[in-house]
Design a protein. Sequence first.
Length: 279
Amino acid sequence: MVIDSHEHIMFPVKMQLDKMDAAGVDKTVLFCTAPHPEIAGTLKELEEEMAALNKILAGANSKEDNIRRLKKNISEVVEAVREYPERFLGFGSVPLGMGLEETEEWIDAQITSNSLYGIGEFTPGNEQQIMQLDTVFQALMATKIYPVWVHTFHPVTMDGIKLLMALCEKYPGIPVIFGHLGGSNWMEVIKFAKGHGNVYLDLSAAFASIATKMALAELPERCLYSSDAPYGEPYLYRQLIEFVSPDKRTTEMALGEIRGNMLTRRFAFPLYRTNGEKL
């Protein structure tokens, strides 16, 4: 089973299914999104779509606006998963800046009740937002352990990545996916992942093909094939993995064997007790 572990929901959904079929992808993990670049035909139209994301990153939206937006975005993912359960799994967003009890209630109501498989994408616009993830991690320890997907390319800096690394060490029972392999800081991220079993490497939008090659060579069992569609093409990212992978076995693991074997156990991650011990 080939699994694209990171795509944003696209409209119409048939466009997404067509891209999956062209790439030979059996199943995709869908993420929420505010902008829809797939509808843009010109640079101006793309800039208009991305303005919504830039506003979020700048923290210009109110807490109430963010909550309304995220509920709508989650409902879009849930609807697609329910319509095509054989093709999609879903991750759901969690607002930053809420208190612990409110965050726990959100996870129960929006993630668990909707049978979603993980939390994210978090795209921190600054280091303060990364530190706010601590509340989310606390809430997971108190409710249910889900993998957490965090964007680690621009605008996240190495200082921000270090804060995320500290959270991984503080909460060893929570699987954390470093989205886009840390961007230009990919060497540091790979080295950190090798020493921390709860860290996984998302291979979409990597800084360079050599970053993907090194991740597959150093840590094949925790590399995740993903395209970040509609920003990336599932077909091309699959080709990249197949081209730079050191061997067939590594390719099979990255393309979805690990996750495929564990789908019945809530995505491709080992389960942990709340004290960090593997079950």
